[in-house]
Design a protein around this ligand. Structure first.
Ligand code: TYD
Length: 150
């Protein structure tokens, strides 16, 4: 048994559509446990750090604008952040998300169901860490140690 933690972020498109509860219920149905939960008013600095792997990519600016809620009708920069814990959590959560491109994601996945491409940005509803190492880095970025269950 491989107990893992992973970070998920509910993105502004999904917050606008009030999908946080539906998305979380899918992970709960998979038997994953919520080990951390918060609403974050994201800053560009935090998002640049989060998306450090996209440094230099032509779509980074669009992604930052999207993640700051500029394409959605939110009064602030809110992101819903969760730490999920469970057996093989990283891979299982990514499988539930589907492909990065919502137009290519299988229709039964979260991104396939709820994502779209708008303003040249993949508005794909949810972020989840890609590897256990990435998960640790991202959890440390979005959460203080005392905000996550041991
Ligand atoms: P990436 O880290 O490659 O994908 P994932 O979120 O599946 O780990 O990319 C980060 C985000 O950037 C992705 O969720 C949506 C956006 N993006 C685009 O808008 N266009 C693109 O061509 C790619 C690859 C990503």
């Amino acid at each position: 048994m491989l107990m893992e933690q992973t970070l998920i972020l509910i993105k502004p498109d999904a917050i606008e559509k009030r999908l946080t509860g539906i998305i979380l219920s899918r992970f709960e149905a998979l038997g994953l446990e919520i080990a951390g939960a918060k609403v974050v008013c994201a800053t560009e600095e935090l998002l640049r750090e989060h998306y450090a792997n996209l440094q230099g990519s032509p779509f980074l600016d669009g992604v930052l604008k999207f993640m700051l809620g500029e394409y959605n009708h939110l009064p602030d920069h809110r992101i819903h952040a969760f730490v999920l814990r469970g057996e093989n959590a990283v891979a299982r959560v990514r499988a539930a998300l589907g492909a990065t491109n919502p137009e290519k994601a299988d229709p039964w996945t979260l991104r396939g169901q709820f994502g779209c491409i708008k303003n040249g940005v993949m508005q794909n509803a949810v972020h989840a860490s890609g590897t256990p190492e990435e998960a640790q880095r991202e959890i440390n970025l979005w959460f203080k140690p005392e905000e996550v269950l041991k």
